[in-house]
Design a binder for this molecule. Structure first.
Ligand code: GLY
Length: 381
């Protein structure tokens, strides 16, 4: 396996920051769409679940350069997030962590912005409203309580760091308590014995008992959507950091082996792990998410095992850099090509969009993984 070198990590970050700078005029007062259209992101209002990733890139670009222009832009963007949560614009879902961790917790970490802190704490309060006592989980989407929406999704593990952060900041344990409850429900149901994962999982609204796994964005209910697997792997690493529960490490190992065993020769997964060869679209974002999860977990493991995951993370990042990054800004305003947001299959329920495009979180986690490899990063999550 070819691993990315320290020199290439710095070069890749330099290139990414140049692209972020080129994009600032378009995306300082507007957000980046969840995915590109013909490899160019349109600008949109701050009303999608993905709007936090671009401000996260701006914060990471600031960390790489120390350029005050970048932190100034991050402040302007964070004001839009404060206004969004105060006005409750499109926040009736569980993605408060995806929205507020890279956009506002990040900025609070970087310069102590109290307005960013306020926004993130309000978002944590909003996330608590998604908790279902019966079944003990954070409901992902839709009106609360309806049987057809009575489910959680594996992605939600990435929303929980916002709750742990809110408990640390406020001194109120209620956020942490809910995060722990959701984690237990997810650990018990989302991961199959072979390490593969369900994207979504239904609970019974009357009894609170587990009902069944289903997919929305994966190929089939019993396959593993690549990004769900990736959210699961990174989410388990973060859950282990916050809970020290050894079950998180065990499931991380099996979920990681399953993911690695399904990679094609260039190490970048197809959009669902049921595909291991052929010309189905890839989801490059899953590779950078997993690289971040591997680097996060490596810091908590014994040296030999840590070296194994670091080596894989470097190999994934080398392939992304060599074969998937945008090399010419005239061809794309993103950072990483060949992501897949939602691909329709005969068996899933998603709206098709962003297939074989740049995706906003793919760019963010590419920069995060590079920043982690550069060293000494204080996590936003
Ligand atoms: N969390 C939704 C997605 O990854 O597409």
């Amino acid at each position: 396996m070819k691993e990315i070198t320290s020199q290439t990590v710095l070069k890749a970050l330099d290139e990414a920051v140049s692209q972020v700078r080129r994009n600032l005029p378009s995306f300082t007062y507007q957000c980046q769409n969840h995915s590109s259209v013909n490899n160019f992101y349109p600008a949109v209002e701050n009303n999608q679940w993905t709007c936090g990733f671009w401000p996260g890139e701006v914060c990471l670009a600031y960390e790489h350069t120390g350029d005050p222009v970048l932190v100034h832009a991050a402040h302007i963007l964070s004001e839009s997030f404060l206004s969004r949560i105060e006005q409750k614009i499109e926040v009736d879902h569980h993605d408060m962590g995806f929205l507020y961790t890279p956009s506002c917790v990040s900025l609070f970490n970087l310069d102590g912005s109290l307005r960013a802190r306020k926004a993130a704490l309000l978002a944590a309060d909003q996330l608590l409203t998604r908790f279902q006592q019966r079944g003990s989980f954070l409901q992902a989407w839709g009106p609360m309580g309806a049987r057809e929406n009575y489910r959680f999704i594996i992605d939600c593990l990435m929303n929980l760091p916002l709750l742990y952060w809110a408990s640390e900041q406020s001194g109120d344990e209620k956020y942490r308590t809910i995060a722990l409850k959701h984690t237990q429900t997810c650990l018990a149901n989302s991961f199959r014995p072979d390490g593969s994962t369900f994207h979504t999982f239904f609970m019974d609204p009357e009894t609170g008992l587990p009902v069944r796994g289903e997919t929305c964005q994966g190929y089939r209910a019993d396959s593993s959507w690549a990004r769900g697997q990736a959210w699961g792997i990174y989410g388990l690493a973060l859950s282990y950091r916050y809970t020290s529960d050894p079950v998180c490490v065990d499931q991380f190992r099996t979920a990681s082996e399953y993911f690695l065993s399904k990679l094609p020769s260039d190490l970048i997964p197809y959009w669902d792990l049921i595909f291991t060869e052929g010309d189905e679209p890839r989801d490059s974002s899953s590779a950078s998410i997993v690289a971040c999860g591997f680097l996060e977990m490596a810091a908590m493991l014994a040296a030999d095992e840590a070296a194994y995951y670091i080596s894989w993370a470097k190999a994934l990042m080398q392939s992304l850099y060599e074969h998937y990054r945008v090399t010419d800004p005239h061809t794309s305003n993103g950072l990483v090509l060949h992501g897949t947001y939602s691909k329709k299959s005969p068996y899933n329920t998603c709206t098709p969009e962003g297939v074989d495009e740049c995706v906003s979180w793919g760019d963010y986690f590419y920069m995060e993984a590079l920043t982690r490899l550069k060293g000494d990063w204080v996590s936003y999550w």
